[in-house]
Design a protein around this ligand. Structure first.
Ligand code: ADP
Length: 228
């Protein structure tokens, strides 16, 4: 469960978000929508503790992120995976090596790395491109690899900031299907987008921001979540 209690984040005295309160239960798929500058990325940065609230509290499960001990910060980063508009793949490494990278960092052995990476490559349907380098991939393929890398340590929560922003409509649709599949497998997915076509492509809950304020919270059209 993620919860914001009257959270304000200011930059240079100007609120990026103001008095935002919300709750995101485990295993939910939520869009954070609104025009550019509305505060969507700020919401995601607060969850991953890239920024701290100026006022109010952000909780990820029982952790108050502003008061997280140094030992718990790596645990938070492991609980929460991230993907971005610009993929952030390592250009000198192959698809396989990009996905394996987080497993190397945590010190897994080669055999275990291999079975994990192969499994995820099947999930994203890119087993045939394991030895390709990022520049040899389409944008949609690169984003699938970035998602695979974010998921390889099995985070409970996946934050996606405009993940379809650089993609053609067909690739964007495939990425949405992949995110929906990860959500079906139990991952909480929180996706920020300014693109209403994209956010309306799935029936899930939408948190609408406007100038840093939460202006509307629409329930999942499949009836999974209540309207606030
Ligand atoms: P969105 O993701 O909806 O485009 P952001 O959360 O990135 O919006 O930004 C919300 C507001 O906060 C904007 O006015 C933006 O200019 C401002 N902002 C975001 N990050 C910073 C920063 N590091 N320094 C100063 N202002 C910032």
């Amino acid at each position: 469960m993620i919860s914001f209690h009257k959270v304000t984040k200011q930059y240079n005295g100007q609120p990026a978000i103001a008095e935002v309160s919300l709750e995101i239960p485990d295993s939910e798929f939520v869009f954070v929508v609104g025009p550019s500058g509305a505060g969507k990325s700020t919401i995601l940065k607060l969850i991953i503790r890239e920024e701290l609230p100026s006022r109010g509290k952000v909780f990820v499960d029982e952790w108050d992120i502003a008061n997280l001990s140094d030992q718990l910060i790596p645990h938070l980063r492991r609980k929460v995976g991230t993907v971005f508009q610009d993929f952030k793949l390592l250009p000198q490494r192959t698809v396989y090596e990009n996905i394996a990278f987080p497993l190397e960092i945590v010190g897994l052995g080669d055999a275990e790395i291999d079975s994990n990476v192969r499994e995820v490559l099947e999930l994203i349907n890119l087993a045939g491109k394991a030895d390709h380098f990022p520049q040899q991939l389409s944008g949609g393929e690169a984003q699938k690899v970035a998602i695979a890398r974010a998921m390889i340590l099995r985070p409970e929560i996946l934050l996606a900031d405009e993940p379809t922003g650089n993609l053609d409509p067909q690739s964007a649709w495939e990425i949405m299907q992949l995110l929906a599949k990860l959500n079906d497998l139990g991952t909480t997915v929180i996706m920020a987008t300014h693109n209403m076509d994209i956010s309306s492509s799935l029936p899930h809950r939408k948190i609408h921001l406007m100038e840093g304020r939460l202006v509307k919270d629409t329930k999942d059209k499949k009836g999974k979540k209540e309207e606030n």
